[in-house]
Each structure stands twice: as C-alpha cells, then as structure tokens.
Write a protein that binds this ligand. Structure first.
Ligand SMILES: [Zn+2]
Length: 253
C-alpha cells in the first residue's frame, strides 16, 4: 500500500504565537480553504486504496500543529511515497490568477513529473490559467519540499486574492481533489478504481443484514438471561421476606 503524506498548509503557531492563517482575503483564510480540500483529497485517496497521513487535521490545536521542518520529518519517518502540500496563492494585485505546482530548487527524480501530472488534471477540471510547474527560487526553497526525501510538490491552487479563482475553487473543490488524487495515482502507475457497482452494494447489504440478524439474536438471548436473573432475584427477595416474617413471629413477645 502506497502512502501519501498530505500537507494542508499553515494552521500552526507563527513566530508571534498567533495561529498562522496563511494568505487572507477578506474573511477567507488559506488555512481553511486548504483544509477543506485536504479532507476531500484524503477521502478520495483512501477510497482508491492509498494510505493517507495528514500533517494537521481540522480542529487541531494550533500549538500542536507541526512546523514546516517537523512536517517534512513526519513524512520521512512515515516512509511516505509521495508528499503533496496544499496552498493557495496571494498577490497584491487582485488580477493575478491561475494555478501552479512548485517543486524544490533542484528537484529529485520524478518530482517534476508528479507536479506535471497533478497540474494537467487540475487544468482538465477547469482553472483560470495554467502557470506551470515551477522550481522554487534558491532563496525561497520551501522546507517541506527541500527536506522531504520522497517526491514532494506544493500545489498553489489559485489566488485567494482573485475573485474568479475563488469562484472556481468553491465550484470545483471535489473535482480538484479527485484531480490531485488522479495525478498521484498516475505517478504511482495505478488507475482509478471503478466505482462500486449495484451488485457490490447488494452483496454488502446482504452481508450487513446477516450481521444485523446475528446481533439481534445475541440481544434476544441477553434479554432472556436478564429476565431469568430478575426472576431469580425476585424469588430470593420473596424468600427473604418470608424469613423476616417467620423470624418476626418467633421474636415477637
Ligand atoms: Zn500557503
């Protein structure tokens, strides 16, 4: 089973002790956008037979969220096969838009291929602009990409500062999640499993009904045992009352 380390960006404590929101645009926070995406990617990837580890989860206390170096260490110690970091871009000019996938300054074998596979599938879903696969500039070689030992990419899924990108993000979120999973599957040489058929579902239902019937029988047996025990207790109480009555008669003057 292949392991995908999924990294919803930001969400930990920043240098000032505040929860790092990532990029902010009005009430919209990058850390929340990417967590919504990560949950969908995780669910789909698990359905496709991948093992998923998340660097942070929704509702996790910021103080317990690992920093970027620790996120890379997590992936290395878990022996992850792939590392995908999820982010949203931001720029001062609201007109900047599009999707890009970053790899480290000097990519290891397969990294640019993984990035390209994911980007192509995102583009097929519908994005405002394909900004390409990019290598981090040496001065800004992200730790999660640089320190991870497996192929690692960072997806900047549109600009949070661009209205069209946000509209597409909300519209296509589940499809974007599937596209990211498909890129990973393609990289691993796996194909998307066909969705469960009606026949599969009927089999599963029949199995569940059998399990349910067995549980019902167990419950019925327990109820019967309970009633027997209650009857035994009642008999003992009656005996005790009889003994008290008799002893009362004996002691009575
Ligand atoms: Zn970010």
């Amino acid at each position: 089973m292949k392991t995908l380390m999924l990294d919803p960006g930001h969400g930990g404590l920043n240098a000032y002790g505040y929860e790092d929101p990532g990029a902010v645009s009005g009430s919209r926070l990058e850390r929340e956008d990417v967590m919504r995406l990560a949950d969908l990617v995780a669910a789909d990837a698990r359905e496709q037979g991948l093992r998923i580890i998340l660097t942070r989860t929704a509702g996790q206390k910021p103080a317990t969220v690992p920093g970027v170096t620790a996120r890379a260490t997590m992936a290395n110690s878990a022996g992850a096969d792939l590392f995908v970091s999820l982010h949203r871009n931001a720029y001062g000019a609201a007109s900047a838009q599009g999707v890009e996938v970053l790899v480290q300054t000097t990519p290891i074998a397969g990294e640019e291929m993984l990035a390209g596979l994911i980007l192509a599938r995102l583009e097929a879903v519908g994005i405002s602009r394909n900004r390409g696969v990019k290598r981090c500039p040496p001065a800004n070689n992200f730790a999660v990409l640089r320190l991870t030992k497996m192929p690692a990419v960072l997806v900047e899924l549109g600009f949070i500062t661009n209205a069209e990108d946000n509209r597409l993000y909300d519209l296509h979120l589940p499809a974007y999640a599937r596209a990211i999973v498909e890129g990973c599957l393609a990289y691993l040489g796996l194909v998307r499993r066909p969705p469960a058929t009606d026949a599969d579902t009927a089999d599963q239902l029949a199995a569940l009904r059998t399990q349910l019937a067995a549980k019902d029988a167990q419950i019925a047996l327990l109820e019967q045992q309970t009633r027997q025990a209650e009857a035994a207790v009642e008999q003992m109480r009656a005996k005790a009352r009889e003994i008290y009555r008799l002893s009362g008669e004996l002691i009575a003057p």
